[in-house]
Design a protein around this ligand. Sequence first.
Ligand SMILES: Cc1cc2nc3c(=O)[nH]c(=O)nc-3n(C[C@H](O)[C@H](O)[C@H](O)COP(=O)(O)O)c2cc1C
Length: 396
Amino acid sequence: MKNKRVLLGITGGIAAYKSAELVRLLVKAGAEVRVVMTEAAQQFISPLTFQALSGNPVHTTLLDPVAEAGMGHIELARWADVMLVAPATANTIAEMVAGRADQLLTTTFLATAAPVVIAPAMNQQMWANPATQNNMETLRGRGVLVLGPAEGEQACGDVGAGRMLEPAELVACLMAPYTGPSLSGVHALITAGPTQEAVDPVRYLSNHSSGKMGHSLCRALLAAGAEVTLVSGPTNLLPPHGANYVRVDSAREMLDAVMANVETAKLFVATAAVADYRVAEQAAHKIKKNNDEMSLALERNPDILAQVAAISDGPICVGFAAETQRLAEYAQGKLERKNLDMICANLVLGENSAFGSDDNALEVFFRDGNSQSLPRADKGSLASSVVSLIAQHYFS
Ligand SMILES: Cc1cc2nc3c(=O)[nH]c(=O)nc-3n(C[C@H](O)[C@H](O)[C@H](O)COP(=O)(O)O)c2cc1C
């Protein structure tokens, strides 16, 4: 991280003591570090510690007469190559979502054009609270990179998700864009979410896919420098910041959107859970419940992944397989049958189901017969690992 300018925001969580080690490691890695602390953070650890470790004065107030033009927040926002908030409290996360600008840290966050990375740290119940989870989804959707939190024993005695990642892990993640895989100049086309196949004007056939894995992969591809087109079925997720986003409903609409964008794509990643069948004859009006039984005739939907994989000189094709049993056998069969370069397989049965969940585990199989296990992790970390594998195997 030689000469990289890291603006470190420290908020009022018990993990603030770990930020001292974080500054030490960043400086050791060659970064220039400036620290902004909230009022609450200063109750946990003294600014003097960070001044000594960073070699720079610590910034604590919005109204700063010492700043060159009296506008410390703008100077800091422009100075930063990356802004890291670690630990990020539930409160500061909520303020970032709301766009508040009544103290230095959040005002600088609003004013910076630099990439922003946050490392949440809080009690597991605070982390699990829907308010916090919604806030995280919003920040992710706006392009903020979220690292952690980890699971484990907490300072309050609870056990669960909410611990800040260790300083060394945070530094490794921050260094990844400088040392990690690059997909700069690669147009990546990715599908995500379920499809909806209309039965009549008010009903449809669909599946439980949440689109989370596809959206996480989209963000990881963007972080690796790719130009990304995301074709997504209906989900509750915000379009990732920086992606060319195409929203579709049915499998046939998804096929059309993919084919309209595939010509320039060097990489195609198919995470969408495309319905295999659609209703043969969609009713023009709402179907009435006149009979005790009814049957729907279904017909096959197009196989989008197989169609893209069949294009001569087409993109590298990465598929996903959700299976309820015999994972390796079915996934490898799909890889060969559809002529894919790589397939990521996961089990979707019982408590291990990836559908809707925030974490997942994958078995990755390559065309040359090699395979690799990616152990259970949150979908963001897993997506970064998948993108690293793609970059190493096909773009290095
Ligand atoms: C001992 C103690 C520990 C705390 N630890 C955390 C924490 O780990 N994470 C968190 O989100 N809030 C924690 N809080 C609550 C925050 O300090 C509080 O919400 C504060 O307003 C955060 O301000 P800030 O976000 O501006 O730094 C803690 C409070 C106390 C008293």
